[in-house]
Design a protein around this ligand. Sequence first.
Ligand code: CP
Length: 317
Amino acid sequence: MKKFTSVSDVKNLQEIIKKALQIKENPHSETEKGKGKTIGLVFLNSSLRTRLSSQIAAQNLGLNVLTLNAAQEAWNLEFADGAVMNGDTVEHIKDAIEVLNQYCDIIAVRCFAGMKSKEDDVNESILSQFEQHAKVPVISLESATRHPLQSLADCITITENWKEDRKPKVVLTWAPHIKPIAQAVGNSFAEWMQEMDVDFVIANPEGYDLDKKFTKDSKVIHNQDEALKDADFIYVKNWSSFDEYATMPEVKENWMLTGEKLKNTNKGKVMHCLPVRRNVELSDEVMDGENSIIYQQAKNRIFSAQAVFSEILNEIN
Ligand code: CP
């Protein structure tokens, strides 16, 4: 694996899931693999799980870890090509990446959608600069349109929780939120589910359809109860409108996932990438209930990251 920014960088999804599950059994089986190598974890946005699980994964592989909380600790970055930097920005992203090239053998970056320009976000205006200027492998820690390490952890979690000899029904359901949220997690989950042997359905209100580039021919239903019927896995996530970019069209029905709604499912396991707004996206009863596999999902972020870092190390060692 030369880079990891989407599912298309994975040669064989089932193989990497298997590898991640083996790592989970024995996380310290490759402690020498990253010896003498450095991974830079660059965060242009906040994080709990991605930061910590990536650090644990890298340490388990013997990598040196540099974590840069760029938004808080670094110079104010300029992203525009050709900018006359006579304002608030102090360092151009191109220069920052060139310096990271001097210090790191792998660069991992978190760069969320700015939610101001649809064109910039759709074109991955920041991640693309890392891909263009980095001279070492680049890993996405969530970009404007995708969250691949999360999606791999989601695939690992579904695999662990499915032992029946039929395809599980997996429903990605939109949930309410108090402010506009990017589509990255939903997009990414849709892309990865299309590579899994599952019956995949997306449920969202009218006006909230995700970009067809990611959903392709996945079934989209605008009635949550209909979508949830007999679901084996329910992935709860908010996103803002893609068509009327980054807005929140009014939704009259209550889309918060509750215990009552779960009764309509096949004892469906509940997933969420976290952080979650309790009693807005899903109820306390669901979050703390026996159907929730959300903390297991968070734990699997370690093994998702470790499997990917290990594959990248195969390339550069
Ligand atoms: N799910 C996830 O990416 O969590 P963080 O934003 O806390 O990293």
